[in-house]
Design a protein around this ligand. Sequence first.
Ligand SMILES: Cc1cc2nc3c(=O)[nH]c(=O)nc-3n(C[C@H](O)[C@H](O)[C@H](O)COP(=O)(O)OP(=O)(O)OC[C@H]3O[C@@H](n4cnc5c(N)ncnc54)[C@H](O)[C@@H]3O)c2cc1C
Ligand SMILES: Cc1cc2nc3c(=O)[nH]c(=O)nc-3n(C[C@H](O)[C@H](O)[C@H](O)COP(=O)(O)O)c2cc1C
Ligand code: SF4
Length: 656
Amino acid sequence: MFDNLFKPIKIGSLEVKNRIVNEPMGLSYCDENGKCTDRESAFYAERAKGGIGLVLTECMPVVPGGPIGVRGGGNSRQFLVTTDDAIPELKKLADAVHAEGGAVMIEIYHSGNQGEYYSEADGLTLSPSGQESALTHAPTRAMTVDEIHEVIQCFVDATVRAQKAGIDGVELHGAHGYLINEFLSPYSNHRTDEYGGNTENRCRIVKEIMEGIRAVLPDYPVIIRYSADEYLRCTPAGDVGITLEEGVKIAKEFEKYGIDAIDVSAGTYETMNWAWEPVGFEQGWKIGNAKAVKEAVNIPVIACSVLRDPAYCDKIIAEGYVDMVGSARQFLADPYWPTKAKEGRINEIRRCISCLNCMETLMGDGVGCSINPRAGHEAELGKPAKDGDGRKVVIVGAGPSGMEAAHVLAERGFKPVILEAKAQTGGQLNYADKAPFKYRIDWLMGFQRTFCEKHGVQIKLDTPGTVENIQAEEPYAVIWAAGAAPVKPGSIPGVNLDCVVTPPQVLSGDVMLLGKKICVVGSGMTGIETAEFLAEKDKGNTVDVYEMAEKIGPGMHFQTLIDVMGRLVPTGAGLFPGHKLIEIREGEADFEKVDTGEKVTATFDVLVLSLGTRGLPVPEDVKAAFPDIIVAGDAEHAGRIAHATSTGYMAAYNLK
Ligand SMILES: Cc1cc2nc3c(=O)[nH]c(=O)nc-3n(C[C@H](O)[C@H](O)[C@H](O)COP(=O)(O)OP(=O)(O)OC[C@H]3O[C@@H](n4cnc5c(N)ncnc54)[C@H](O)[C@@H]3O)c2cc1C
Ligand SMILES: Cc1cc2nc3c(=O)[nH]c(=O)nc-3n(C[C@H](O)[C@H](O)[C@H](O)COP(=O)(O)O)c2cc1C
Ligand code: SF4
């Protein structure tokens, strides 16, 4: 199937077995000294094993210095290619990917004014013109010409290290607002010397890096990734940066310098939602950019564009939009996408739901995926042991946690039976998928059902996990994955009035609200998305959102918040941060302004109380009957999908 996806292609001197590219993704899996860990090499090896033709790694800083204090890095757990010490580390990586039949190229970069670490000399980040990033506001200064030459040489040296280590090539990171991007863009490059001004001058840094590389490695494959459109017109800065017209001119320059392929991306930190997109962006939304570049050059063009569906990817290659399709998140979510696509097992693909948990976890323990609990743990987890021997396991609850546990147990040879109190599987996901643009949540429910069906998991609907029902199964072990229910604090008078409802009641359609004046209390992810759902034009509601925290959207990843607010604010919804709910009466509620203590009364037809959820604990009688019961998902700790799937997976993985 999908013949276009599986045709080989050449990138310069490198033959790649298919058209599928794992785009770079910062992982934070290295150690504090910037050395490759088993976690890191196993991650990339698994992507190759899944059938990806070309694995591009996370961006790796090229400029020397320690991990802290390096001039041109983003965090302390990046793979440093700044000295020859990196060669054995790179070799480990190359060997791991080659052993699984993939090609691997490293992405090399300097973070410019978006860096976390500053010049050791004066504590400033380096940039073409000393212009601060409007997102990071890191102090910065314009580079001298000597410093530009120094950085160019660092890119060349890093490339030589890659070649010596057996890495198949390098990708110059010229996208997303980092140093090379800053030089390319008229927004950030105001230099009046040979490195600024017209397109050719702004591209000079790339030209000189290529001259340096070609002088020592004439045939070594080099790709450049760049933002063919910075989308700055979508910000207060206005239409001042690289637009597609300029992006096409830049691509033609790249081709002149002997670059072997172009990887088309978009955006900078200042337009981050256009670079790694939240749910509001559909598959293919920026693929026209790649097409425009492809029409202008004669070297292979790679692009990402929220690509998730093999049929669509195959089609855009066939129709000449791109030569190779790329994704970072899709292959984090499912490294076996290529194999499953080739074998026509489309329903088994874990399609990325654009939740951005990966971005949120980048600076913590390392990148993790909501829907693929194994991602980033390939080294330590290995394949689950197949030692279930037909032993029966009862799982209470068919939410994402219980479903994940069930199919992993079935794969291990256990005999899982799910007892689900409701008439459907999916748990809270049946509400989570209802807010605008959240339809991808259905994909998660879909592939979990597919896995359970494939492995013969028995699901008993309308069957609560009572002592009798569990005992009737005579289980070897029991997993409690009963999820969570909305919090209604008894300390607030009026929470049980008829005019008070919860997000699940609204989103499920149990309570239909049309043409009403609605007060949503609580603006975490669920509250704000419920507000957006209710404020949809055709519903004719008036919506006000009250929030105790200083700002709307506490606890939300800022990209998701920006995405939702971009749709909610134009509806005219009222936003009242800093308001603490004190009391609810029929049709009105009292709030206290957190800063002044002033009392404010709001009127409404219906109040939607969105103050979070609380895990449903194991009932005492169940605990007494099954003292070794294992608790997973929201029942253990009300959270999000990532916690639900990972605890479900681990419960099944660890069962002895
Ligand atoms: C509106 C909304 C939007 C959300 N959006 C997101 C999001 O965008 N991203 C994100 O990461 N998270 C989101 N969440 C949170 C996410 O849905 C939960 O964290 C996740 O569903 C928890 O999974 P779970 O399997 O632990 O529990 P649940 O999904 O709650 O599933 C538990 C299941 O157990 C069943 N059950 C309960 N008691 C019993 C019993 N006694 N016997 C048998 N069965 C029982 C329930 O009927 C349910 O089917 C959202 C939640 C809501 C409500
Ligand atoms: C957690 C995370 C880290 C990323 N790190 C990099 C990086 O190091 N270099 C890079 O060029 N792009 C990086 N990206 C951008 C991705 O390569 C890709 O362009 C983006 O995620 C959109 O495509 P996708 O939806 O197919 O993943 C990162 C994206 C995410 C979500
Ligand atoms: S964490 Fe979310 S956005 Fe990131 S790869 Fe997984 S599903 Fe996609």
